[in-house]
Design a protein around this ligand. Structure first.
Ligand SMILES: Cc1cc2nc3c(=O)[nH]c(=O)nc-3n(C[C@H](O)[C@H](O)[C@H](O)COP(=O)(O)OP(=O)(O)OC[C@H]3O[C@@H](n4cnc5c(N)ncnc54)[C@H](O)[C@@H]3O)c2cc1C
Length: 383
């Protein structure tokens, strides 16, 4: 490998491998190395939150092993290799397997689940599912659980809750907010999702949080801040993700909510870029599939010598709750505005309108999700 021209991608998630694919479409020869702390296989992360009811085993989610990815793309994949520090000046990574030089480096490090500090002798039993290894643990534990308590009624918490109900579990969801999906949906849309998930079997504990989890005879005992105590077999935490910035911050990169990059996905250090869940692109942290695809396409061009600015069209997100199909394009604009909601037999159509009545965001629940394409066309670009 010629270190000067080599492109080293740190992370084998959707961001890392999509970039490697895009690079190979444009340049068959440039040396590309993907380094990953995990097994380096390619799997569909979105299926982690709705694979249980349909019986998707952890093994079946891995569609290509690290070896297959390496031979299909003509790249080097260094799996089970953890980077412990970055030396941007020397263009070198320090890993638990030794030093690795780079010509250009792309940080595609992903994000860590946020953990609440919870008391109790079983607090360490709380699971979160953010990667394939987590899913492996979750599937082993859920097999012996009749009751599951989900902490967090955001997108991922609601998806797990719906899927676990479909899979025959008794599901309770706890959240400090008064409504599920409270950060994404206006009130009536959130209320419709809440009712639909309740009808599917979810028991809600809203406006409260978990304070402690203890072992009890043959089960877990969960104490809530509202003073109640509940028996469950498994506690799943889904209260959000925090971009992995520590490695970059320690190496002198500018970080905020994520590793900060410009529209060319350049960090503040020469020859080092970032994309995916770890990156904050011009102030935006968008931990979803579509923004990653856009970023990988633009960055691949930049890396082969055609500097290309990233643009984000409006990219609505689907909430995978079959009990209440939901699509949301949150307003990204800093302009002030208001939600207007219509609820009828088609479900909910919620429009976020600016002061000049321009559509800046929307949320659709139920059959109204069919309006997704038409409404997306009316939205301003996100970047
Ligand atoms: C349960 C769940 C469901 C989701 N559903 C949807 C959905 O329906 N639609 C949607 O748009 N988005 C969804 N998302 C979000 C989407 O899956 C993510 O935005 C995307 O997969 C993130 O990819 P990434 O490559 O940035 O990060 P990751 O997939 O987390 O990859 C990070 C990589 O970095 C490696 N790494 C980290 N630190 C080191 C280190 N020090 N040394 C070496 N390697 C390291 C890891 O091993 C890993 O390979 C979901 C996310 C979750 C968790």
């Amino acid at each position: 490998m010629n270190p000067e021209s080599s492109i080293v991608i740190l992370g084998s998630g959707l961001a890392g491998y999509t970039l490697a694919r895009e690079l190979r479409k444009l340049d068959k020869l440039v040396p590309v190395t993907v380094i990953s702390a995990d097994h380096g296989g390619f799997y569909s992360k979105p299926m982690l939150s709705n694979g249980f009811a349909s019986g998707r085993t952890p093994e079946s989610l891995v569609t290509s092993t690290a070896e297959t990815m390496a031979s299909q793309l003509g790249i080097t994949v260094l799996a089970h290799t953890r980077v412990v520090s970055i030396d941007p000046t020397a263009h070198e990574l320090h890993t638990d397997q030794g030093a690795i030089p780079f010509g250009r480096l792309v940080l595609a490090l992903g994000a860590d689940p946020i953990r609440l500090s919870i008391d109790g002798d079983a607090a360490d039993q709380i699971l979160s599912v953010n990667d394939w290894e987590d899913y492996l643990r979750f599937r082993a534990r859920v097999a012996n659980a009749d009751r599951v308590m989900v902490l967090g009624a955001g997108l991922i918490g609601c998806e797990f809750a719906n899927d676990l109900c479909l899979g025959g579990k008794q599901v309770a969801v706890v959240d400090l907010a008064e409504r599920p999906l409270g950060r994404l949906l206006p009130d009536q849309a959130a209320a419709v999702v809440q009712q639909a998930l309740q009808a599917a079997g979810v028991r809600w504990h809203l406006g409260t949080s978990i304070t402690r989890v203890d072992h009890a005879e043959g089960h877990l005992s969960v104490a809530l801040a509202d003073g109640t105590r509940w028996a469950t077999d498994l506690v799943l935490s889904a209260i959000g993700l925090r971009p992995r910035t520590q490695l970059a911050a320690e190496a002198g990169f500018v970080t905020g909510r994520g590793i900060q990059v410009d529209r060319f996905l350049r960090t503040n250090q020469p020859d080092v870029y970032a994309l995916g869940d770890c990156a904050e692109v011009c102030g935006l942290v968008l931990p979803y599939v579509m923004p990653i695809m856009q970023a990988a396409k633009a960055l691949a061009k930049t890396l082969i010598g055609e500097p290309t600015e990233l643009s984000y069209p409006a990219m609505p997100v689907t909430v995978k709750t079959p009990a209440a199909p939901t699509v949301v394009a949150p307003p990204m604009d800093v302009r002030p505005g208001r939600w207007e909601e219509t609820v009828d037999e088609r479900g909910v159509v919620a429009r976020f309108l600016g002061d000049d009545n321009q559509l800046l965001g929307f949320a659709l629940v139920g059959p109204a999700t069919a309006d997704r394409m038409a409404m997306t066309k009316l939205l301003p670009a996100w970047l």
